[in-house]
Design a binder for this molecule. Sequence first.
Ligand code: C2E
Ligand code: CA
Ligand code: CA
Ligand code: CA
Length: 278
Amino acid sequence: SKESGRNTYRFFNEEMNDDAVAQVTLFSGLRRALDARQFVLHYQPQLEMGSGRLLGAEALIRWNHPDLGLVYPGRFIPVAEETGLIAEIGDWVLHEACAEAVEWRRVLGQDLAVAVNLSALQFKRGDIEKTVAEALEATGLDPSMLELELTESILIRDTESILAAVKRLKLMGIRLSIDDFGTGYSSLSYLKRFEVDKLKIDQSFVRDLAHNPEDAAIVRAIIQMAHSLGLKTIAEGVENKEVLDLLRLYRCDEAQGYHFARPLPADRFLAFAAERGI
Ligand code: C2E
Ligand code: CA
Ligand code: CA
Ligand code: CA
C-alpha cells in the first residue's frame, strides 16, 4: 500500500542518514585513534601440522576505544578502506608487527615469523616496497621472518605495477601468502604469474570440514593443487581436534585457529610461545 510504501521510504532514509553520520563519526574517530595510538595488534599462533611446532603468528588489528573497549577490525577496516585511512593504518601495522617479531627473537632466542594483512589500497598507492623496506630497516627484522597476506582481489588486478611490486617484495626475501583462498575468483591463472609461497585456506571451508563432504573435497583439492605448484598450505579457523586430524590426513602444512589459541595480546603471545618450550 501507499502507506507502507511511505513508511519503508522513510525507514530507509533514516537508516541511510544514521549510517552516513556513523561513517563520518567513525572516520574522525579513526583519525584520532591513529594520533592517540589507540590501535593494538593481537597475535594468533600459527603451527606446523606435523610437529606441532610454533612457527609464528598473524598480526590482527584491534581498536582500543576509550568508551567502547576493544573494537574488532570488521567494524572499522571497511571505513578505513573507503576513506583511504587504511594506508596510514597499514603503515603503522607493518612497523608495529616487525618490531614485535624482533622482540620475540630477543626474548625467546628464536626466530618466529609474523604475518601481516595488506589491503588493496596499500598496493594501489604504489610504494608498498618502500614502506616494507622502511619497516624492516627501522626494526632490524630479517625479511625472511615477515610474511605478507594478500587477498585474491589484489592479484586479480594483474597490472604491470602490481606484478613489479610483488616481484620486488619477493627479491627482498619476504614471503607472500594468499589470504581467504577459495572465496574470491575462479581464475587461478594469477598463481602462475605471482610468486607466492603459501595458500591460506579460508575458514569457511575449514570450520565444518568434518561434517561437510563438499568442504572436505574443496580443502583436499586446494592442498593437492598447492603442493603440485610447490606452494605450502595453512588452514585457518581450526576449532577442534576432529578438523585438525582431517587436515593432517590431507597433508595440510600448517594450522591456525581457536583450537590452539585466539589472537592474543603481545604479552600473552610471548607467554604462549614460552610455554611451548621455545
Ligand atoms: P582474516 O585475515 O581472514 O583473519 C582471520 C579472522 O578470523 C580474524 O578475525 C581471527 O580472529 C578469526 N579467527 C581466527 N581463528 C578462528 C577460529 O578458529 N574460528 C573463528 N570463528 N574465527 C577465527 P579478526 O581479527 O576479527 O579480523 C577480521 C579481518 O579483519 C581479517 O580477516 C582481515 O581481513 C582484517 N584485518 C585484521 N587486521 C588487519 C590489518 O592489520 N590490516 C588489514 N588490512 N586488515 C586487517
Ligand atoms: Ca589474514
Ligand atoms: Ca583469512
Ligand atoms: Ca577473512
